[in-house]
Write a protein that binds this ligand. Structure first.
Ligand code: SIN
Ligand code: MN
Length: 262
């Protein structure tokens, strides 16, 4: 799958693109059907909120056969190669649950801040691709972007170890206010199967989910093979060490599982 010149321009200028229903309802349902089993697992990859519900499952592509295929899906990996202008490997693979009533905040941050500080990623040649596994609306904690904020490059950040159960390099309020003054805030919404691709220096956050609707999101983080990380302080299920270029599967690679959830 190839992005159009217009989409590439939007990614460069605005810092993100929205691909409504890139995955079908059936494909999104298939991915979602795997979550209850993952959320019951007791293993290091499953991170809980302070309230005890699941916040994030890391590296599910290493222990779930559907997510193993999603991690090599051409609708994700081909645009990543195109935008990064090289072969890519998987730096991180995670599912954020953002559970109804209990899903906690993600503070304002740039992903590259954490990847650079904690993982020694040299340059901002990685990106996040998000797949909505639920319909996302204004109430269930949609991801918020500050358009064009990626153009600032890597910003000063401090390591927040207390706000949530998960440490994050976060921006201070004065800087966020200044960036919002210039770019405003957008919160792309859409049906399950919608995909967002965003720059690793784009400033983003999300509010707690007070609604009765879960907001499960899958994040595939691809990095250029020319930009492999150099620091190995985080566990390898958070910052992967396998820098092998991803070999894409067929576009129909999820089809054989559909019967199971029909
Ligand atoms: C993230 O920024 O890594 C996650 C944000 C979210 O899932 O709302
Ligand atoms: Mn992020």
């Amino acid at each position: 799958m190839k992005l159009t010149q217009e989409q590439i321009k939007a990614y460069d200028e605005e810092g993100y693109i929205v691909l409504p229903s890139l995955f079908s309802q059936q494909e999104a349902r298939l991915m979602k059907s795997r979550l209850p089993a993952l959320y019951q697992m007791s293993r290091d990859e499953v991170i809980k909120e302070k309230s005890g519900v699941v916040r994030t499952v890391f590296a599910a592509h290493t222990f779930d056969e559907v997510f193993a295929r999603v991690a090599s899906h051409p609708r994700l990996i081909e645009p990543a190669r195109q935008l990064l202008n090289s072969e890519v490997y998987m730096h991180q693979f995670k599912i954020n649950a953002k559970a109804a009533f209990n899903g906690d905040v993600w503070q304002w941050h740039q992903d590259f801040g954490t990847w650079h500080q904690d993982d020694g990623m040299p340059e901002a040649r990685a990106m996040n691709i998000a797949i909505f596994l639920d319909d996302v609306n204004e109430f269930n904690g949609p991801l918020m972007f500050i358009p064009r904020s990626h153009k600032e490059g890597r910003l000063d950040a401090s390591h927040d170890l207390t706000t949530t159960s998960y440490p994050l390099w976060t921006l201070d309020n004065a800087k966020v206010a200044e960036l919002v003054e210039q770019g405003g805030i957008v919160a792309p919404k859409g049906v399950a199967g919608t995909v967002l691709i965003f720059q690793s220096t784009l400033v983003h956050a999300s509010s707690p989910n007070l609604s009765p609707w879960d907001r499960n999101t899958l994040y595939v983080t691809t990095n250029s093979v020319e930009n492999a990380i150099r620091k190995f302080q985080r566990p390898d299920y958070i910052a992967h060490r396998d820098f092998t270029p991803i070999h894409t599967l067929d576009d129909t690679c999820l089809d054989e599982f559909h019967q199971a959830v029909a």
